[in-house]
Ligand binder design. Structure first.
Ligand code: APR
Length: 309
């Protein structure tokens, strides 16, 4: 258990993540920070009042400043504006870059030793903004996208196969967007390659649906984007860190030559433990997967170019 986790952004993803963190008692205190007056305080109090029913002792507090967040060992950043229908993740880049820049300055000042897990979109670029502004090493700045994309992919596969979601193992790499790279060659059902269980056209349809997973939810919700699965995904990463589990999960990581890529954030398999991103695993990719990863990385670079720090 950590002492203090701060969640910046008390919107749909942030508030739901705070609740999940508290319910799993991943820290003694969870601090919810937002610029809107009263909202983090109200949501935090409401969550804390559920503690006697849910049986957790994690204290949830809300604030509009970073005083209560001081000394947090881990900060989850969900601040930003959410994607609206018809808006690509990349449309969000300038607005969210300014928000994440401001948030990162506060993190650097108040939580200089924190591990920072980004959720704000466009994810790979927001990770870079935080790394640049804080100057923290890559072990302490990374992002949540792959766990969410993989969860969507696993859910669709489990549905198609009529098997438990728990028995579908998979990994989605690349940038968080239309160019993400689901690794069919590493997708198994309890160790059995999925290619033995589903034909190629069914698999291709599932891959396509995974790529559009975020947009599919936005089209339903109309006024916001997904938050139940995104909050579950970031909390799984936090749990791996808080409990020093050394879990291997796809995360947006700063690459320095791995997979032939450098100077960008991109989704790759990472080992998460108490020190944060403890290792990047380099797995062999099929030629088409390596090419897709390169294309995805190029898309991230293009979006980075739109941001002035
Ligand atoms: N500091 C703190 N909080 C901020 C700031 C800031 N500078 N700017 C905006 N916020 C807050 C907003 O007030 C809002 O409460 O961030 C919150 C965002 O919440 P929602 O609009 O509900 O968005 P949400 O669905 O939670 O998504 C947040 O995560 O998945 C990504 O694409 C998504 O970038 C978006 C982020």
């Amino acid at each position: 258990m950590l002492n203090k986790i701060t969640v910046v952004g008390a919107g749909n993803v942030g508030a739901t993540a705070a609740q999940r963190l508290a319910e799993q008692e991943l820290a003694r205190a969870v601090v919810l920070v937002d610029v809107i007056e009263g909202v983090p305080q109200g949501k935090a109090l409401d969550q804390w009042e559920s503690a006697p029913i849910e049986g957790f002792d994690t204290r949830v507090v809300g604030a509009n400043d970073y005083g209560p967040a001081a000394g947090s060992e881990l900060v989850v950043v969900t601040a930003g504006i959410a994607r609206k229908p018809g808006m690509s993740r990349d449309d969000l880049v300038r607005t969210n870059a300014d928000i994440v820049k401001q948030v990162s300055q506060e993190i650097k000042r108040h939580c200089p030793n924190a591990i920072v897990v980004l959720v704000s979109n466009p994810l790979d670029v927001m990770c870079w903004v935080t790394k640049q502004v804080t100057g923290f090493p890559r072990e302490r700045v990374f992002g949540m996208a792959g766990v969410l994309d993989t969860a969507r992919y696993r859910a669709f596969l489990a549905e198609a196969l009529d098997v438990s979601v728990e028995d579908v193992q998979a990994m989605v790499l690349g940038g968080h967007g239309d160019t993400m790279v689901p690794l069919i060659s590493y997708t198994t059902v309890s160790g059995v390659p999925v290619t033995q269980l589903l034909d190629r056209s069914t698999l291709d349809k599932i891959v396509e649906r995974t790529r559009n997973g975020g947009a599919e939810i936005v089209a339903f919700l109309k006024t916001g984007s997904a938050y139940y699965a995104p909050s579950a995904a970031v909390v799984q990463m936090v749990a791996a860190i808080a409990r020093d589990k050394k879990r291997v999960l796809p995360c947006a990581a700063w690459l320095e030559g791995e997979y032939g890529l450098s100077g960008i954030y991109c989704g790759v398999p990472c080992k998460l433990g108490r020190k944060g991103l403890e290792q990047i695993l380099e797995v062999k990719l099929a030629a088409e997967e390596q090419a897709a990863l390169k294309k995805s990385a190029d898309a991230v670079k293009e979006t980075m170019a739109a941001v002035k720090l």
